[in-house]
Design a protein around this ligand. Structure first.
Ligand SMILES: Cc1cc2nc3c(=O)[nH]c(=O)nc-3n(C[C@H](O)[C@H](O)[C@H](O)COP(=O)(O)OP(=O)(O)OC[C@H]3O[C@@H](n4cnc5c(N)ncnc54)[C@H](O)[C@@H]3O)c2cc1C
Length: 367
């Protein structure tokens, strides 16, 4: 038996954002840092940022600035020191999603040694089967990385040796790629599996504090390290970091995982209360998917969802579970969101078009 946790990265990120707000943080969604503000001694005293929805620019003053932008940390470091050597070596990882019939069991499968010496997982995930991953060094980064053909072929080939039937490209419900922000090796090691997965923290001469590398598994330790460093660098009040015992928004002991809404934790009752406000919201967005219209409304009102992609990729997980189904759901999601956000039909059309453009990268074979 191999014991490991299973989690939903987007849901945890949203719940962490909600927790941060409850702990007095101010979050600016869809804001992009475009530059750093320095004083006459070259010390950082804030950032320049753009609200990407309105295009308005802002200057945000701060006692300390932390650069925690994942694979993008080098972009921000270059705003500070243009000649800075890269700190990150992005490593792409691809996952495929199949129907559960390829591994009809409650347990996951771990293949301990693949032909390139890595491990491959096949894990039951949200009623589907998630298979991955790869570890491909990438020289540039983007917000929407795309799976390479050889990565897809490798996963299908390897999984085919162990599953009840060998999956083909036509069986893939969704394919997606992510970039790991691995700390760039300083000694010339080139294989990403040989690069350390632990986090790195650096303080620039300007006072900019940068953290990268690391994993979801170690995020509380990363948070503690960065808070302690920030107190030291910024001369802030020395209040002990409390992440070790802090419950996350919505946490509830022993959630009933058979309830499709269990991911909302303590918020379930609040989501259900929306059905009283509008009985139509009790209905499903699509007959083949358990998400209700009310969940879309909930995410717009309480989870900072601003786009159709926010809902279908990062509040619900439909795009990752069945990309074609997500495309079919997009118009109804756009319509529900438009009602909440006060947007017009033109916005709905543009949202659906933009979503379809992204979603096509999650499909391997055309209809
Ligand atoms: C395929 C794959 C498998 C993985 N498996 C595991 C695993 O099993 N266990 C585990 O613990 N971890 C795993 N990880 C690692 C984990 O997902 C990452 O380490 C983690 O997501 C990094 O988080 P981050 O917040 O540092 O960066 P990101 O999640 O990349 O977040 C950085 C954020 O900064 C924002 N940003 C960038 N530039 C700017 C700017 N100029 N202004 C404003 N915002 C900006 C970006 O939009 C983004 O939202 C895996 C990663 C991948 C890709």
């Amino acid at each position: 038996m191999y014991h490991d946790g299973q989690f939903d990265d987007s849901r945890l990120a949203i719940n962490l954002a909600q927790t941060a707000i409850e702990q007095s943080a101010t979050l600016l969604n869809y804001f992009k840092v475009t530059g750093l503000i320095k004083d006459t001694t070259n010390k950082i005293i804030g950032v320049k940022a753009t609200d990407t929805e309105t295009g308005a620019g802002y200057q945000l003053k701060a006692k300390t600035v932390i650069n925690a932008t994942g694979v993008f940390v080098d972009d921000v470091l270059k705003m500070d020191t243009p000649e800075k050597k890269p700190m990150v070596r992005p490593s792409q990882g691809v996952h495929l999603v199949l129907d559960r019939s390829f591994l009809p069991a409650e347990d996951a499968l771990m293949i301990p040694k693949t032909e390139d010496g890595r491990v491959l997982f096949a894990v039951p995930w949200h009623e589907k089967l998630l298979i991955g991953t790869t570890d491909t060094p990438i020289n540039s980064h983007s917000l929407e990385p795309v799976a390479l053909d050889e990565e897809v072929d490798f996963i299908l080939r390897t999984a085919g040796k162990y599953l009840t039937k060998a999956p083909t490209r036509a069986d893939v419900l969704s394919v997606f790629a992510g970039l790991r922000p691995l700390a760039a090796p300083q000694d010339g090691a080139s294989k990403t599996k040989e690069i350390s997965r632990s986090h790195k923290l650096i303080v620039s001469a300007s006072g900019l504090i940068t953290i990268t590398g690391g994993k979801w598994t170690t995020y509380r330790k990363m948070a503690e390290d960065i808070v302690d460093k920030t107190i030291e660098v910024g001369g802030l009040n020395n209040i002990p970091c409390k992440t070790a015992s802090l419950s996350i928004h919505g946490s509830r002991p022993n959630p009933d995982r058979t309830n499709p809404m269990f991911v909302y934790g303590a918020d379930i009752e609040n989501v259900l209360a929306l059905y009283k406000e509008n009985p139509n919201w009790k209905n499903l967005v699509h007959a083949e998917c358990s998400y209700t219209k009310g969940e879309v409304i909930w995410s717009v009102r309480n989870e900072m969802a601003r786009t159709v992609e926010d809902i279908l990729a990062r509040r619900t997980r439909v795009l990752f579970l069945d990309a074609r189904l997500a495309i079919e759901m997009a118009p109804e999601v756009a319509h529900l969101m438009a009602g909440e956000l006060g947007k017009d039909a033109e916005w709905e059309t543009a949202q659906v078009k933009a979503f379809n453009e992204t979603a096509k990268n999650y499909i391997l074979t055309p209809h």
